[in-house]
Design a protein around this ligand. Structure first.
Ligand code: APR
Ligand code: PHB
Length: 392
């Protein structure tokens, strides 16, 4: 078997890259460890920056997102019993975000690729990468119990934080930066109409909470919880009572309860590896970096990486230039570090930290929140990072 680019992983990064390459007439094969139903059912975040929406539209996979995605021009910061709107649209010269689940993006990308008759191999096992520092790398794997070898020119490691691609690079060649946070989010999906038509980020003495949504009848809600909590420790009653305690205000509508149909605990990690390349292997998305979900940047960063990689590979194949490929890691890292900072900043401002310096940190957080909603300069900084910066 031979292709031009072997893509490891069928998440947002790998699938979007496959579409970008096809647009440029470059052949690729996507190899995914899980089965299709698992990949399509994996619930993740759901905020798309304008640049992400534009790219999905350019790739011709945006029709359902246009119909079902919810365009938001602002979001709320809630603290000290009051809710304050950040008017992103006005502060950023007319920009907005679209709320549309990552798993819906993944479903649309898979359906479009299979409709094109292009390959995605699900349920590959024991995948390994070889010859990365030669000009003929290969990928070995088992599929339906049979061994296969895929020869290629380049490998895109889009296999997420736990994938094999990053692990194949000699650690002595990598700089790893990471920060672990002392809490997690418990997230649910519920058949309940969101009580607000925009997202509410709530700072509360019991811990952070977020009201988001997936449709006018489905709420996506999160509460900060201890790092080592297990999902079994959270009954439906306990979840709703914590959400009400943190999100309901005296003078506003309470959040709406409803049957919970999905629940999970998400750990928090800021992580970056440099460089994002080793020989013919290029890392993209969560394989190279993760952010805590507070800034809603994970999927947007993954898609921003492959936009750069797709263009660099097109320049290589069609113009014989490899300057963009050589600059790939540095180009991506500028945006990544901006998003790392913003995600860390939002996380630090909005959560209760167990080690609380006699309340000093709470005062810092409250002061920063008040500044964010009273200074136009501070609100603009928040808004332009949230909608996504075009220049970084
Ligand atoms: N072989 C093949 N596929 C693999 C392997 C492997 N050894 N290991 C992991 N994978 C697959 C996973 O099953 C997953 O489908 O790689 C894919 C990686 O997808 P994501 O984790 O969604 O990563 P990415 O495409 O970079 O998207 C980043 O996902 O984790 C969220 O918050 C994050 O929104 C961000 C987005
Ligand atoms: C979500 O809708 O899942 C969501 C929204 C905003 C975030 C994180 C997650 O910051």
């Amino acid at each position: 078997m031979r292709t031009q680019v072997a893509i490891i992983g069928a998440g947002p990064a790998g699938l979007t890259l496959a579409h970008l390459l096809r647009q440029h007439g470059i052949a690729s094969v996507v190899l995914e460890h899980r089965d299709r139903a698992y990949v399509e059912g994996r619930v993740r975040a759901g905020v798309l920056e304008q640049g992400t929406v534009d790219l999905l539209n350019e790739l011709g996979v945006g029709a359902r997102m246009k119909r079902e995605g919810l365009i938001h021009h602002g979001f709320y910061l809630q603290f000290e019993g009051e809710c304050h709107r950040i008017n992103m649209h006005e502060l950023t010269g007319g920009r907005a975000i679209t709320v549309y689940g990552q798993q819906e993006v993944v479903k649309d990308l898979i359906a479009a690729r299979l409709a094109q008759g292009e390959p995605i191999r699900f349920e590959v096992r024991e995948l390994s990468l070889h010859g990365l520092d030669s000009d003929q790398p290969k990928v070995r794997f088992l599929h339906a119990g049979e061994p296969h070898e895929l020869l290629c020119d380049y490998i895109a490691g889009c296999d997420g934080y736990h994938g094999v691609s990053r692990a194949t690079i000699p650690t002595s060649l990598l700089n790893i930066y990471q920060k672990i946070y002392p809490f997690a989010w418990l997230g649910i999906l519920a058949h309940a109409a969101p009580s607000s038509d925009e997202l509410i980020y709530a700072y509360h003495e019991r811990g952070f909470a977020l009201q988001s949504m997936r449709s006018p009848s489905v709420s996506r809600l999160y509460v900060q919880c201890p790092l080592d909590d297990r999902i079994e420790e959270w009954s439906d009653d306990r979840i709703w009572s914590e959400l009400h305690a943190r999100l309901d205000l005296n003078d506003g509508p309470p959040i709406n309860d409803g049957p919970i149909f999905e629940r999970g605990i998400t750990a928090f990690r800021s992580f970056v590896v440099e460089p994002m390349q080793f020989g013919r292997l290029f890392l993209a998305g969560d394989a190279a970096h993760t952010v805590p979900p507070t800034g809603a940047k994970g999927m947007n960063l993954a898609i921003a990486d492959v936009r750069v990689l797709g263009a660099a590979l097109a320049a290589r194949y069609h113009e014989g230039r490899d300057d963009q490929l050589r600059a790939y890691s540095a180009t991506c890292l500028r945006r990544i570090w901006r998003a790392e900072h913003f995600s860390w900043y939002m996380t630090s401002m909005l959560h209760r930290f167990p080690d609380n310096d006699s309340g000093f940190q709470n005062q810092m957080q409250l002061s920063q929140l008040r500044y964010s909603v009273t200074s136009r300069a501070a609100a603009t900084s928040l808004a332009e990072n949230y909608v996504g910066l075009s220049q970084v």
